[in-house]
Design a protein around this ligand. Structure first.
Ligand code: FAD
Length: 453
């Protein structure tokens, strides 16, 4: 029997898109409300008119353990656009580079300290500390949530060179916070998830990247699904309040004063936007306090259009000892096969960009070009044809010490209202996989509701 209920999804980021796609696939009547004029949330392509190009709002890498994200890509028909390189490259300012592998005997060298200057003793110490780290991920000490990642590294005896070459970089990538602030539990939980998935799938963890722009990867396919199943998508529809009566959702009030009737709602907005929406939910004060404490962390992305190639060895490379926070260079030619007729595009991502975010575009472009010149001899003479900066002050919620246990479950006290979004409780840190896993859980809760008599 057809389900006559109206399902409303608030938020057209990855969590909302996945929820809408899977509810539609399950035969439900779905309306998606998005406050902006476009879908995709924090993962989208953006036009740079001056360069006549379509780069992304920021580079997004994909771990091999992103099972829910791959399920979503399969649903929207774009799984083919993710590639996993065999190796990753770490680069030092003196031009030296090291190839990291996560498979086979070469992986051992990585775990025994990828630093080119590490002595034999330092490598052995790195190996022992890595085994300790893996053990403590799976059997976590009770006080891990009270430690910063740096304190944890000290405790397990991770040598400085192994930290510089691998662990600090990885930890920053996982939580987008410097190791001096990041909660050790966040890294431990993500590594534990990676280890468990690696064992389950019998394959090592690797990092992949999209071979196309983020709109094509995440949005266009979803729109095809929406057309197929008759999902209504409303752009510039700003939700203000989810109405609840007698323990059931009745509708969603929009900023223009209208009401969208709803029998079930997936609230898939970020923690920074949830205020007001849940006022009629009994536990709203608790949820708002958690959303507030989770805060946010900035990421700055710089797209540099250059007049020549840099001579990168891989699709993306980590610059060790750059600005002190994570710096990665993405070679969009190698990633997407884009034409270099007009320019070579290199995208730099700076996570935990607390200082950079306050600088002018010109300062950021100059600073990033100076960074490239320290690492790539070919950058010495390179000219910037176009510089394009994307600031994301609220790139993700923050995962510093003191935030453990704050992320709310998808289930609320009202069975027809569920939460989704990267900030809700999942097996992952603030990632696309967290967003999509939260959607899977939220949809499962709604699909388990008793059918209407
Ligand atoms: C620069 C950058 C780089 C990143 N790199 C990576 C990476 O390499 N790997 C990785 O896994 N993750 C990465 N992330 C994190 C990842 O992008 C996010 O975790 C994920 O996209 C969050 O999806 P979401 O659906 O939870 O939230 P969002 O994408 O923020 O979607 C929420 C949507 O809700 C809408 N909305 C908000 N309020 C309302 C309202 N009142 N009414 C209607 N609509 C509303 C918003 O407009 C938005 O479209 C990165 C993030 C950034 C910013």
């Amino acid at each position: 029997m057809n389900d006559p209920r109206q399902y409303v999804v608030i938020g057209g980021g990855l969590a909302g898109l996945a929820a809408a796609v899977w509810l539609a696939e399950a035969g439900k009547q779905v309306t998606l409300l998005e406050r902006r004029g476009r879908l995709g949330g924090r993962t989208h392509a953006m036009k740079v008119d001056a360069a006549d190009d379509l780069p992304d709002n920021g580079q997004h890498v994909i771990a091999s353990g992103y099972d829910h994200l791959f399920r979503y890509l399969t649903s929207v028909g774009t799984r083919e656009y993710v590639r996993f390189p065999q190796r990753a490259t770490l680069r030092w300012p003196d031009g030296r580079s090291v190839t990291m592998a996560t498979k086979g005997p070469a992986a051992l060298r990585t775990f025994f300290g990828a630093h080119p200057d590490a002595s034999l003793i330092e490598r052995v110490r790195a190996g022992i500390a890595t085994v300790r780290l893996g053990w403590q991920c799976l059997h976590q000490p009770a006080d891990l949530a009270d430690l910063t990642t740096e304190q944890w590294f000290h405790r397990i005896g991770m040598p400085a060179k192994a930290r510089e070459a691998l662990w600090d970089w990885l930890a920053l990538g996982v939580a987008a916070e410097p190791v001096q602030q990041e909660s050790a539990k966040v890294l431990a939980d993500v590594l534990a998830t990676g280890i468990r998935l690696g064992i389950k799938h019998r394959r090592p963890a690797t990092i992949g990247y999209p071979t196309t722009d983020l709109d094509t990867l995440y949005v266009t396919g979803a729109q095809r699904v929406f057309e197929r199943y008759g999902v209504t998508v409303r752009h510039r529809a700003v939700a203000r309040r989810i109405h609840i009566a007698d323990g059931r959702v009745t509708g969603v009030a929009l900023a223009d004063g209208s009401i969208v009737p709803a029998d079930a709602v997936v609230c898939a907005v970020p923690n920074s936007n949830v205020g007001g929406l849940l006022d009629e939910l009994p536990e709203h004060a608790e949820l708002y306090a958690a959303a507030d404490k989770l805060g946010y962390t900035p990421i700055v992305s710089t797209n540099l259009y250059l007049d020549r190639p840099l001579g990168t060895a891989a699709e993306f490379e980590a610059l060790i000892g750059g600005t002190g926070v994570i710096d990665e260079v993405f070679d969009r030619q190698k990633m997407t096969g884009r034409s270099t007729d007009r320019a070579w595009l290199y995208c730099l991502t700076t996570s935990g960009a607390y200082e950079q975010i306050h600088k002018s575009n010109e300062e950021i472009v100059t600073e990033q070009m100076a960074l490239l010149r320290r690492y790539y001899p070919a950058a010495e003479e390179a000219k910037v044809l176009q510089g394009h900066v994307v600031r994301m002050p609220k790139a993700t919620f923050s995962q510093v010490v003191g935030t453990h246990g704050l992320r709310p479950d998808q289930r609320t006290s009202v069975p027809t209202l569920v939460l989704a979004g990267d900030w809700t409780a999942t097996d992952w840190s603030a990632t696309m996989e967290s967003a999509v896993q939260s959607a899977a859980r939220a949809v499962d809760l709604l699909l388990a509701l008793p059918s209407v008599p």
